[in-house]
Design a protein around this ligand. Structure first.
Ligand SMILES: NC(=O)C1=CN([C@@H]2O[C@H](COP(=O)(O)OP(=O)(O)OC[C@H]3O[C@@H](n4cnc5c(N)ncnc54)[C@H](O)[C@@H]3O)[C@@H](O)[C@H]2O)C=CC1
Ligand SMILES: O=C(O)[C@@H]1CCC=N1
Length: 271
């Protein structure tokens, strides 16, 4: 059984760690490190995993090292580990947006197995969407182990090129926030109509889950599902006309392009 170290006890690493434990991975084979205590101690207490304040202790412990710190810390963390740990047989998995394989290889060496993965926050519930791309140094068992590790947080899609990580990020990694922003806007207007905050939330969340389930459970296109709601000359048509006048399609497209470009900028600013 491979041992896994989570460097960083934040949102994404916690989600992957919890997914592993829920799948039946042995908690004794998992260690989490984080400079501040509360989050790593909470994970240790709740899930029985090991914990350390020292990334080097965690990296020495593990066969697979999951890097879950903010992008601008990734190179420094890699440098520290490479300087103090024999990494020749270790595999690294990074969840960071915008930090390229080449940038991590420049700290860890070109022959080190490195996998980039791009999850999203619904991973916390085991219903995430994760894109994955690896460098050429990975071995078959690194790929299989990554799949088993990520299957615990939802669906996994192996990408054809590293550039696709930026595309996928703009769709599924940042995507939950687009839906939350839309739901917030609907909740705000529902409250203006006079519904309480709680009732407005209930109306919006049940509508969102219903719409998402209809997309999942139907083979019809999403356009057909939209058309089925939209009676000619009716109420929905009146609402969608406002979307069209506000150019919703290009607004959404432009915002996704901005997310992708920001990821590219993060790469450039970490060269
Ligand atoms: N939040 C999201 O929706 C997604 C985030 N990501 C990526 O995941 C990474 C982590 O993001 P979050 O989990 O949201 O952030 P977070 O802020 O929740 O977690 C980062 C953790 O790293 C710890 N940390 C800081 N410096 C450290 C160090 N030197 N060594 C060990 N731990 C250290 C912090 O104390 C914190 O607990 C980022 O690189 C981000 O680009 C990727 C996909 C989705
Ligand atoms: O906003 C961010 O930078 C991270 C990466 C994708 C989702 N959250």
């Amino acid at each position: 059984m491979k041992k896994v170290a989570f460097i960083g006890a934040g949102n994404m690493n916690s989600s992957i760690l919890v997914g592993m434990v829920n799948q039946g991975f042995n908690a004794n084979d998992i260690m989490v490190s984080n400079p501040s205590a509360p989050k790593r101690e909470a994970l240790a207490q709740q899930y029985g995993v090991q914990q350390s304040e020292d990334n080097i202790v965690a990296a020495n412990f593990a066969d697979v090292i999951v890097l879950g710190v903010k992008p601008h810390f990734i190179r420094q963390v890699c440098r520290e580990i490479a300087a103090q740990v024999d990494i020749s047989n270790k595999c690294f998995i990074s969840v960071a947006a915008g930090i390229s394989l080449a940038q991590m290889q420049s700290e860890l060496g070109d022959s080190t197995a490195i996998i980039r993965c791009m999850p999203n926050t619904p991973s916390q519930l085991g219903i995430g969407m994760t894109g994955v791309f690896a460098n050429s140094a990975i071995k078959a068992d690194d790929e299989a182990f990554t799949n088993s590790l990520l299957n615990g947080i939802g669906k996994v899609l192996w990408l054809q090129s590293e550039a696709e990580i930026d595309d996928l990020l703009a769709v599924s990694a940042s995507g939950p926030a687009y839906f939350f922003a839309f739901m917030e806007a609907m909740q705000t207007k529902a409250m203006e109509f006079g519904f309480s905050e709680q009732v407005a939330r209930e109306l919006v969340q049940q509508t969102a889950v219903g719409a998402a389930q209809m997309v999942i459970q139907n083979t019809d296109s999403i356009s057909t599902l939209r058309e089925n709601v939209t009676s000619k000359g009716g109420t929905t048509q009146a609402a969608l006309n406002v979307f069209a006048n506000g150019n919703l399609i290009s607004l959404v497209g432009d915002s996704m392009e901005a997310a992708k470009q920001r990821s590219i900028e993060i790469t450039e600013s970490n060269n």
